[in-house]
Design a protein around this ligand. Structure first.
Ligand code: ATP
Ligand code: MG
Length: 284
């Protein structure tokens, strides 16, 4: 049985739970203070933990797999395998300074105090840039440090920037970009590695589906070639005759990113009655 560590409650929790559910792995994820839950239909047990503890548990083999932010993985420096990027909980780690202060570059921080919960990532960044500064490690509410005279700058997680703004700070430099990742213990048994392969197969199917839409449309038979240029489907599109003479129904898969640009060209080429449908799973 695989033991999978996910965040108990926080910014990774909902999407981590959703991912496994979309992979068809059922487990009780109700936030009833439970710390463990065994899946009813997959040989896996879920552990609900604080995110900072997850890399350590995975390194020690207490858990076989875990989901954490890349920032936490890098900061803890644990020896675990990064299996896959998951595309959610995207954020950045940035330097910020009081709004009225001038900024010419990271060299401005030479000899200054910087408050952060990420001393390792910040330390590496400063070193790469040849800057020596005082790093004040604090575990929360980093953004108030300049206003209480604890530091000249902060290095903290930013997603929208509103927290910085409300604390009179401005973001001046992004030093690290993060998203959720799946990590694994370094020496999984053969049996567990096979279970991980199964999970990865499902995760890839779910992710592929998220980036694609199923498209159905009607068009004159002679327009098919032209329309096909805008629908680079999985292989060839399905073309079925309609009752109306000379018309066909065309079915294919379209990349979400190309969707809006191409849909106009498809219409111009003579398509009508276009339906675009989400795909739940996609296996290539
Ligand atoms: P825990 O109680 O488990 O220690 P936490 O308070 O340390 O939780 P969260 O704020 O829930 O952590 O953030 C978890 C992870 O989500 C972060 O390490 C980061 O990778 C990502 N994250 C943080 N802030 C944001 C944000 N504003 N938007 C998106 N992702 C974020
Ligand atoms: Mg934490």
């Amino acid at each position: 049985m695989l033991r999978i560590a996910i965040q108990k409650s926080g910014r990774l929790s909902d999407d981590s739970i959703k991912l496994f559910k979309e992979c068809g792995i059922q487990f009780d994820s109700s936030s009833s203070g439970k710390l463990k839950s065994i899946s009813a239909n997959f040989p896996a047990e879920f552990l609900f933990l604080r995110d900072d503890d997850i890399p350590g548990y995975v390194e020690d083999g207490v858990a076989d797999l875990g989901i954490v932010g890349e920032n936490v993985y890098t900061e803890t420096g644990r020896q675990v395998t990064v299996v896959h990027k998951l595309g959610f909980s995207k954020c950045r780690l940035s330097l910020a300074i009081p709004r009225g202060t001038q900024w010419n570059g990271v060299e401005d921080l030479q000899g200054r105090g910087i408050a952060t919960s990420y001393p390792r990532i910040l330390g590496n960044y400063l070193k790469e840039n040849g800057v020596e500064a005082d790093i004040h490690e604090i575990s929360g509410s980093v953004e108030i440090a300049p206003s209480i005279g604890l530091a000249d700058a902060v290095c903290d997680i930013v997603s929208s920037g509103s927290t910085l703004l409300s604390n009179g700070l401005k973001e001046v430099e992004v030093i690290y970009r993060s998203e959720a990742i799946l990590i694994a213990a370094p020496n999984l048994s053969e049996e567990k590695a096979l279970l991980l392969d199964k999970i990865m197969f499902r995760i890839k199917a779910v992710q592929a589906a998220q980036n694609h839409k199923y498209i159905l449309l009607n068009c004159p038979a002679e327009a098919v070639d032209k329309i096909m240029q805008y629908i680079p489907g999985m292989k060839a599109p399905t073309v079925l005759p309609l009752v109306t003479e000379g018309w066909v129904s065309l079915h294919s898969v379209i990349n979400e990113n190309d969707f809006w640009t191409n849909i106009e060209k498809i219409r111009e080429a003579g398509a009508e009655g276009i339906l675009v449908i989400p795909i739940e799973k996609m296996i290539r």
